[in-house]
Design a protein around this ligand. Structure first.
Ligand code: BLA
Length: 522
């Protein structure tokens, strides 16, 4: 095991998983010419399935035969209207060779072709109405409270109960595409294992994330089952079948290895999106092979889409409203802090009173203002005048004469300590461009960060087999703690907004104050 290189990460992301050319053997697939409805490609297992229980003779040649010789649909016209964005369930009639009592059909348009995928319809022990009513309850819960952790936990709990997978997790992406398991529910034979752990971005490479933003669900029924190739390998136009929306697509062998290393036999995942972007995933694991029937797949797909709706329409706006309300309150409070000081002279007492008020509402450990010859800082509860070296070092943080904004989360590593302010490791600072006489900054102390990873991140196994180098996912997912020092918590958009509010309120105040003083002097 060693660290993954950027070349290797690129190699992971270059595997063409959407044209893998095979499907999982628990179902079968037929691909039709969209105009003639003749079969142009099929999965290799189809004859076994279609001729099960009878002698193979008397069956027409598959390739070139019309679909109705094999399957009768309740509404064959609907084939012409299939979408290339979403696969839909088609109703199969009992009269054909493929019986609706045995199979359900998902259909979609794959570029110019019609893809029909058949999954088992028997053996369903679930009532689909149960899931929908659970989701209904969740929406009610969310409207009542915006506690997202509780919401995610309820969701995975209900999905675990409904699907009976051994482990159901809510996986949430972070800005760098690493991710965290934010909720986890397990069956009686499993323990909570991954909740709170972080996983690196490479575990779900870029092309997989892009694909998952398009396709709402994927399942891996049995990691040991041998994939069935699509035959012939290429369509009449010489291209491989685009399997982006396929529900039977066989999965990347690298990912198969990953699941094996996790001691998982079957997985299922739902894409959770915020608008068009992938926000997270519901990830289910099972210790034995598991083939969800086609109606369970449909229900899960709907629940994933509904949950995406919930995230986009309730959760995100609720967060935004909270943030904006805070900023609006902060703005009027900060403006008032300056205005209340209006009658006073520009003095140390004025700075102290203003800085204290700003700290009350913003909670920053360091808040500093440099205005002409007056430079003060509030550090925790101490109010201090800034020395010349400190001021110079602060001003030098702007790398060009034009720069008006600077921020760092690891000032000591990036620029060195500011003399007199050794405890400040995070800083965000803004200045007036002309005249160059007004600066405001906010600062933070170090936070000792400890990230708990599910296995040492960015490590892979390199395996040499038949003289070929293979990349394999890491084999241990045991807790691996990464300690980070010398950094503050990250600066967010809200910090920048607050800094601008302080800056603008201060600028207004000092410019009117000075014009007043000039008037007084006349
Ligand atoms: C796919 N990786 C995935 C998927 C998940 C994860 C959920 C989606 C497929 C599925 O539903 O199973 C990752 N699974 C996780 C994580 C947890 C989990 C983080 O349970 C945490 C609890 N993977 C690697 C490396 C590579 C890699 C090094 O670790 C590449 C070299 C690749 N992962 C990889 C690929 C896919 C994948 C290619 C796509 C599989 C497919 O859709 O065909």
């Amino acid at each position: 095991t060693r660290k993954i290189t950027s070349d290797e990460a690129a190699q992971c992301a270059s595997e063409a998983i959407q044209i893998i050319g095979s499907i999982q053997p628990h179902g079968f697939q037929l691909v039709l010419d969209a105009d003639t409805l003749q079969i142009v490609q099929h999965s290799s297992n189809i004859l076994d399935i279609l001729t099960a229980g009878s002698s193979a003779s008397g069956y027409p040649e598959l390739i070139g035969s019309h679909i109705s010789q094999w399957v009768e649909f309740a509404n064959i016209e609907s084939l012409a209207a299939l979408s290339s964005k979403k696969s839909v369930v088609l109703e199969i009639k009992e009269s054909g060779r493929v019986k609706s009592s045995d199979w359900g059909c998902f259909a979609h348009r794959a570029d110019g072709w019609i893809s029909l995928e058949f999954s088992p319809s028997t053996g369903s022990e679930y009532d689909s109405r149960v899931l929908l009513s659970q989701i209904d309850n969740m929406v009610a819960l969310l409207k009542a409270s915006h506690d997202e952790t509780a919401l995610f936990q309820t969701l995975v709990g209900q999905l675990q109960e409904y699907t009976q997978y051994d482990r159901v997790m809510m996986y949430r992406f972070l800005p760098d595409w690493s991710g965290e398991v934010v909720a986890e529910a397990v069956s009686e034979r499993e323990d909570i294992k991954y909740k709170g752990l972080r996983f690196p971005a490479e575990d779900i490479p870029k092309q997989a994330r892009e694909l998952y933003a398009l396709s709402p669900i994927r399942l891996f029924a049995d990691i040991d089952a041998k994939p069935c190739p699509l035959e012939p390998a290429l369509l009449p136009n010489g291209q491989p079948l685009n399997q982006s929306l396929s529900i039977l697509r066989s999965m990347s062998p690298v990912h198969r290895h990953y699941l094996k290393n996790m001691q998982v036999s079957a997985s299922l995942s739902l894409s959770i999106k915020k608008g068009d972007t992938l926000w997270g995933m519901v990830v289910c694991h099972h210790n034995d092979p598991k083939v969800p029937t086609n109606d369970v797949v449909s229900q899960l797909r709907i629940s994933g889409e509904l949950f995406s709706e919930i995230i986009t329409s309730y959760l995100i706006p609720a967060e935004k409203i909270k943030r904006l309300t805070y900023l609006m309150n902060a703005q009027s409070y900060i403006e008032a802090s300056f205005n209340q000081a209006k009658m006073a002279n520009i003095s140390a007492a004025l700075f102290e009173s203003v800085l204290l008020k700003i700290q009350t509402i913003t909670q920053y450990h360091f808040i500093g203002i440099i205005y002409r010859e007056q430079s003060y800082i509030l550090e925790g509860s101490s109010f201090l005048r800034l020395g010349d070296h400190t001021i110079e070092a602060l001003k030098n943080l702007f790398s060009t004469p034009d720069a008006i904004y600077f921020q760092s989360e690891k000032l000591h590593q990036e620029k060195g300590e500011i003399p007199g302010l050794n405890g400040m490791v995070g800083i965000a600072m803004i200045r007036a461009k002309v005249p160059n006489d007004f600066y405001v900054f906010i600062g933070k102390e170090e936070v000792a960060k400890s990230i708990q990873w599910g296995g040492a991140p960015q490590t892979v196994n390199i395996v040499i087999e038949n003289n070929e180098r293979h990349l394999e996912p890491r084999s241990s997912f045991a807790l691996w703690r990464q300690n980070i020092s010398g950094e503050s918590s990250p600066w967010q958009e809200q910090d920048r907004n607050l800094l601008e509010i302080i800056f603008n309120a201060g600028k207004d105040f000092f410019s009117t104050k000075h014009s007043q003083m000039r008037i007084n002097q006349l």
